[in-house]
Design a protein around this ligand. Structure first.
Ligand code: CMP
Length: 474
């Protein structure tokens, strides 16, 4: 609203200034040559600037009349919004009348009608006439005057559904660049007859992406996990939260749609694909299943398979330094208690500030540990196969200290509170080595944020005591 008012008052000021400049120009010109219109004896060329000044004044007058009539009388008084085309025709007519009157006044001896038939104006009309029917010509005027879309907008036009970004609008055709990087020219007369779907560039345009799940999956869980996975994908607008909803109950599936809004609509093909990819990963991680045809549905319906076989997990855990003291039996028990998750590149595994009651071991892939402080986001570490993270919240009960984001497709093993407590009971030294790692990482985080940072023995001991307290150990 405020912006509108400012631009309106700016326009008013420019309009007033232009009128003053042109009026003064006319006044000085008239007084310099001491014109006696229309009876004076000046040469025709001397009168031409008068006509130009007067034409400019006429144009400004026509615009003022237009604003007074359509903005003041119609919009404010009668609450009627006139179409742009009507307003433009009105301006054109008002200007023509003012121009003809001025012309007659300045050049009383000339006949404007005969001028038309002999002049270049007539030539222009002759050139335009055979271009196409007058319909085409009118179509151009309608398109340019109404401006239903602009350069940069995505449009779908015609029965063949030509889709692409508008590159230019000329007197003959609309030029569209399709998503296969082809150019399509749609004649204006065709465009005027066809329905055009416009997705304006500066508008939050939405897309729908579909998927199906089996009937035994929980809808509430599906909505939650898919929405969270989609909302932080690239080019998905954070101004409106994506909507995940059931669009139908099919023969063999619950059919879903994801509605999301894009920052840059011209990239919707890539973004649709990313949204589908996110849906795939999150369904897989959450134990939800894409629908199969009914006949194979129950054959396929088994507990979601762990991506990685158990002995491979035990091998991986045995290579993690803090688990070195564990016996083979304990490693196998721990492996049985882990849950495997797969994350797509760019997905967030842990958000700073969240509650957390499990830790993770990187089984394959790579993650980045990031923190945000006054200086902006900062990468603290990269963790690869055999490294672990998430232990700080698990062992201290504090909120997560950093974001952990997958840098490539990453498979992690999740270890919960109960599994760790069981290990602490039989391996008291475990708590010590973990508290040492936590103290080091805390020092790293503090160093970056310019807080006092020293890992003293005293601090580590404090940490150890609080871990023991948290896990109820003695
Ligand atoms: P937690 O606080 O539960 O969640 C974020 C995790 O990032 C944290 O546990 C650590 O596992 C990990 N982390 C924090 N700081 C560092 C660091 N300096 N080096 C490696 N990992 C870290």
């Amino acid at each position: 609203m405020a912006v509108n008012q400012t631009s309106r008052s700016n326009r008013l000021i420019i309009f007033a200034l232009a009128t003053i400049v042109v009026g003064l120009g006319l006044y000085f010109y008239l007084s310099y040559f001491q014109f006696q219109l229309p009876t004076g004896t000046h040469a025709n060329w001397q009168k031409l600037p008068i006509l130009i000044f007067a034409a400019l004044l006429g144009y400004l007058g026509a615009r003022a009349l237009n604003a007074a009539l359509f903005d003041f009388v119609f919009r404010l008084r009668r609450h009627y919004e006139a179409p742009t085309l009507v307003r433009n025709i009105f301006t054109l007519l008002a200007f023509t009348i003012l121009f003809v009157v001025t012309f007659r006044f300045v050049y009383p001896t000339y006949d404007l009608g005969s001028l038309f038939t002999t002049s270049a104006i007539f030539g222009v009309i002759i050139v335009l006439a055979p271009q196409d029917t007058p319909g085409n010509f009118l179509a151009v005027i309608t398109l340019l005057a109404d401006r239903p879309f602009q350069v940069g907008d995505v449009i779908v036009v015609g029965q063949q559904k030509h889709t692409g970004v508008v590159e230019s609008i000329s007197w003959r055709a609309i030029k569209i660049r399709t998503f296969q990087n082809h150019i399509v020219l749609v004649a204006n007369s065709t465009a005027a007859k066809e329905a055009i779907e416009v997705s304006p560039r500066d508008n939050l345009n939405a897309r729908l992406v579909f998927f199906s799940t089996i009937y035994t999956d929980s809808p509430a869980k599906t909505i939650h996990v898919v929405r969270e996975a989609v909302r932080d994908a690239d080019n998905v607008s954070d101004k409106i939260t994506p909507i995940v909803r059931i669009r139908g109950l099919g023969d063999s599936s619950i059919d879903w749609e994801i509605k999301y809004w894009l920052d840059d609509y011209a990239k919707y093909n890539d973004t649709d694909a990313l949204v589908r990819q996110r849906a795939w990963y999150t369904l897989r991680r959450s134990g939800l299943t894409f629908a199969f045809p009914t006949r194979t549905l129950y054959l396929e319906r088994s507990a979601p398979r762990a991506v990685t076989p158990g002995n491979e997990i035990a091998d991986r855990l045995s290579a993690v330094d803090i688990f070195a003291p564990l016996s083979n039996d304990e490693l196998r028990q721990l492996a049985d208690a882990t849950v495997t998750h797969v994350f797509a590149p760019g997905e967030t595994l842990i958000r700073a500030g969240d509650e957390g009651s499990s830790m993770f071991v990187v089984h394959s892939g790579k993650v980045a540990v990031q923190v945000s402080d006054r200086a902006g986001p900062r990468k603290v570490a990269e963790l690869t196969e055999g490294n672990f993270f998430g232990e700080m919240a698990l062992f201290t009960g504090e909120p997560r200290t950093a974001n952990v984001v997958a840098m490539e497709e990453t498979e992690v093993l999740e270890i919960g509170h109960a599994a760790m407590k069981h290990l602490f009971d039989t391996n008291p030294s475990l708590a010590e080595s973990i508290s040492l790692t936590i103290a080091e990482r805390q020092a790293d985080l503090a160093r970056g944020s310019e807080r006092a940072a020293q890992t003293s023995l005293h601090e580590t001991e404090g940490l150890l005591a609080s871990i023991k307290r948290f896990f109820g150990l003695h």
